[in-house]
Design a protein around this ligand. Structure first.
Ligand code: NAP
Length: 305
């Protein structure tokens, strides 16, 4: 197979880029490790994406995916493990095959950060979660805690409050980072108790399942689950050899979403920028695709199995 462009990541930025690239006549391939939609799959409700007063993340994700299939954009569910250069061509190695393209767009997004407590990783799925939408229903009628003070923590605490008996919202400062309208909703929700100026310092378990958390003032909360929303880390390990990431893994791009390597673009949550929103990711993917579609070359591309 020959590709003008390979788009890595089927979240909003990647799919937006693929739509523009395909419509511009590019021979484009999308590669996704897990499932189309990326982080949308763990967002329960979106109220700030134009065209939808309210839509669930999985529903928006499905609509994006339908657009990919209706445009007949080819995609592979494979994990990219390395990108290298061969003259003007970019070589994308996955866990199953190797592909070549003139242009690459990296739009792999970010994954949730954990607190870094000793027994935390082994309790993921056993009382610790980073996805209220996926796991919230397991805790109907129970008491849970959410940690974080950004939009994600606020939004997911609200979502959980409609399912569980009580939500403790634990934030390390006195002011929330999230939007005022969400803060207002949180304050008006009777079964959410906000615990300001507080950090989780210990996770206690019974029979391998989380049952208590200890806060820095020694207060102990008996809860059935802890939902962690303290931010996200970029997923760019496979791109480290290219020298386009900063020390914490974010990619630096110019106004056309070009990295310092000719023909390698990046968009969405993995780039260094000020605003991390669905609508900005869509715009960035589109801008990058318009740019590389205009610079399209006639290089012949080959796929090596
Ligand atoms: P975020 O905005 O980076 O907020 C992370 C929160 O976690 C902050 O309140 C931070 O506290 C806290 N935190 C960080 N490390 C911590 C630690 N070790 N222990 C305890 N607390 C810790 O992350 P986010 O809420 O996931 O949002 C990410 C981006 O997506 C943002 O740009 C956000 O606006 C966007 N987003 C938008 C929407 C929406 O528009 N509705 C929804 C979700 C996300 P400090 O405040 O003290 O730093």
């Amino acid at each position: 197979m020959e590709y003008d462009s390979i788009i890595i990541g089927m979240g909003v930025a990647g799919i937006s880029a693929a739509i523009y690239a395909k419509r511009a006549g590019n021979n484009v391939l999308m590669i996704e490790k897990m499932r189309p939609g990326g982080i949308l799959n763990i967002i329960d409700n979106i109220e700030n994406y134009p065209g939808f007063k309210s839509i669930s993340g999985p529903d928006l994700s499905y609509q994006l995916f339908e657009q990919v299939t209706s445009l007949e954009i080819p995609y592979k569910i494979e994990e990219v493990i390395d990108i290298s250069l061969e003259g003007n061509l970019k070589i994308v190695k996955t866990n199953k095959a190797t592909y070549k393209a003139t242009n690459i767009l990296i739009a792999t997004g970010r994954s949730p950060i954990l607190l870094g407590l000793p027994n935390e990783e082994k309790l993921v799925g056993k009382g610790i979660s980073t996805c209220a939408l996926c796991d919230g229903s397991l805790y109907q009628g129970k008491e849970v805690a959410v940690v974080g003070g950004g939009n994600s923590a606020l939004q997911e605490a609200l979502y959980l409050s409609k399912i569980v008996k009580k939500v403790y919202l634990i934030h390390r400062r006195e002011e929330f980072r999230g939007e005022e309208n969400l803060v207002e909703k949180i304050k008006n929700q009777e079964n959410i108790e906000i615990i300001y100026n507080s950090q989780v310092t210990e996770l206690q378990e019974e029979n391998g399942v989380l049952n208590k958390i200890v806060l820095n003032d020694e207060k102990t909360l008996e809860i059935s689950a802890l939902f962690i929303y303290i931010g996200y880390a970029p997923k760019t390990d496979f791109a480290k050899n290219l020298g386009i990431t900063n020390p914490v893994g974010y990619i630096e791009v110019n106004e056309n979403f070009e990295t310092k390597v000719e023909g390698i673009y990046a968009a969405g949550d993995i780039i260094i920028k000020k605003v991390y929103q669905i609508v900005t990711a869509a715009a960035e993917g589109a801008t990058a695709a318009i740019r590389f579609s205009r610079k399209k070359t006639t290089n012949k591309l080959t796929k090596t199995e």
